[in-house]
Design a protein around this ligand. Structure first.
Ligand code: PLP
Length: 427
């Protein structure tokens, strides 16, 4: 029986979501469209099996094929990023970060990360997150212009002596200088972690410098620019030691500490269907055309940014080097929340976002965040970005004109018809 026969309510919701994905402009920079091969692996029988542990060292019997699946994912991750150890089991980016902190810190230790409202992630020490509650959290911000402020980072590090420094962001439009972060970490003997959740795909394509060889541990999601299933990985150099030996918290022991942090530290059975889908996505990312994909994401973001700026939009840092941009709407007399709602009505999905030194509330901030990874997957190019910037401009100018928004939505639909997505799918 199919879902459509057995569960028409769910089938309806899935088909409506499919239609929404097909007929709108998906511009949330953390989202993407996976291939049908990734979907196939994600819907596979891998979900049935318990396989606590790692390939060759499982708690349950019957893991011989799951071992093959997980080794495919691990080996491809190692090859792609040029590391000697990859843990592909974290269920999500947050879980990967929890595990990395669990591996390196004791409760009450000091960590330092970027403030969420300046582009960081809540797991980098936000007070209401586990990372701000179980550890002493020091938060760095940005320069007035919105750039990473390594001078401030250095002075905060010297003052508070964090044991772990986290660098990585969810809303940062520029390249990250890992070496400068290393200098800060070395000045106080801290572990350095790179959270490359947003930029993993751009690191693979060479459009963003890699932190490999500079930082001690790397966490990443697999579902953003990497274009895999929802999931995450922890990457590092070195090799894990035998399962039962006790290890100290040192750089050499990071692979062992990370593996043990995932299980028995914070997770149980690996999601083998998810691991299978990660393996497929990593194989896709190993193909030469993935590099083209990464280059095009950045070209599209730069084209969109240039056209928006030409239309009087104020971009944080005055542009972008990567896949995203943060638009400060203060001079357009509309809040980020209101703008995001109006854009969604016009078929353009973005998210509201704080700007550096946000004068408003995070729940109704001054900005919106736009990204090009999903549009680029659909095959859109620079000239399409120009058209999209024109629509965004129109929506922001006429944000309360329902007829206008309706008419743009129709135009958006016509454009997306030229970039087919999941044509064969139906639930
Ligand atoms: C998205 C993101 C995460 C969290 O990933 P989830 O899969 O949503 O848990 C962590 N760190 C950064 C920098 C991110 O952008």
């Amino acid at each position: 029986m199919s879902i459509s026969t057995f569960d028409p309510d769910l089938s309806h919701a899935l088909n409506q979501e499919l239609k929404r994905e097909q007929s709108g402009l998906e511009m949330i920079p953390s989202e993407n469209f996976v291939s049908e091969e990734v979907l196939e692996a994600l819907g596979s029988i891998g979900t049935n099996k318990y396989s606590e542990g790692y390939p060759g060292a499982r708690y349950y019997s019957g893991c011989e094929w799951v071992d093959v699946i997980e080794n495919l994912a691990r080996d491809r991750a190692k090859q792609l990023f040029g590391v000697t150890h990859a843990n592909v089991q974290p269920a999500s980016g947050c879980a990967a970060n929890i595990a990395a902190m669990f591996a390196l810190l004791n409760p009450g230790d000091t960590l330092m990360g970027m403030n969420l409202f300046y582009g960081g992630h809540m797991t980098h020490g936000l007070p209401v997150n586990f990372s701000g509650r179980y550890y002493k959290s020091i938060q760095y911000t940005s320069t007035k212009e919105g750039y990473l402020d390594f001078e401030q980072m250095m002075s905060l590090a010297l003052e508070h002596k964090p044991k772990l420094i986290i660098v990585g962001a969810t809303a940062y439009p520029r390249l990250i200088d890992w070496q400068k972060a290393r200098e800060v970490a070395d000045a106080v003997g801290a572990f350095l972690m790179a959270d490359i959740a947003h930029i993993a795909g751009l690191i693979i394509s060479g459009d963003h410098p890699s932190p490999v060889g500079i930082v001690d541990v790397i966490t990443t999601t697999t579902h953003k620019t990497l274009r895999g299933p929802r999931g995450a990985m922890i990457l590092c150099n070195g090799n894990p030691s035998t399962p039962l030996k006790n290890v100290d918290v040192t750089k050499e022991n990071i692979p062992t500490l990370v593996d043990r942090a995932i299980i028995p530290g914070i997770q149980g059975g690996p999601h083998n269907h998810q691991t299978a889908a990660i393996a497929v996505a990593l194989k896709e990312a190993l193909q030469p055309d993935f590099k083209e994909y990464g280059h095009q994401i950045v070209k599209n973001a730069k084209a969109l940014a240039a056209e928006l700026m030409a239309r009087g939009f104020d971009l944080v840092t005055g542009g972008t080097d990567n896949h995203l941009m943060v638009v400060d709407l203060t001079n357009k007399n509309v809040s980020g929340k209101h703008a995001a709602v109006a854009l969604d009505r016009a078929g353009i999905t973005v998210n509201k976002n704080t700007v550096p030194f946000e004068p408003r509330s995070p729940f109704d901030p001054s900005g919106i965040r736009l990204g090009t990874p999903a549009l680029t997957t659909r095959g859109m190019k620079e000239e399409d970005m120009k058209q999209i910037a024109a629509w965004i401009d129109e929506v922001i100018t006429h944000h309360s004109d329902d007829q206008k928004l309706e008419s743009i939505k129709e135009q958006v639909k016509n454009m997306t018809d030229r970039f087919p997505l999941y044509q064969m799918l139906k639930y």
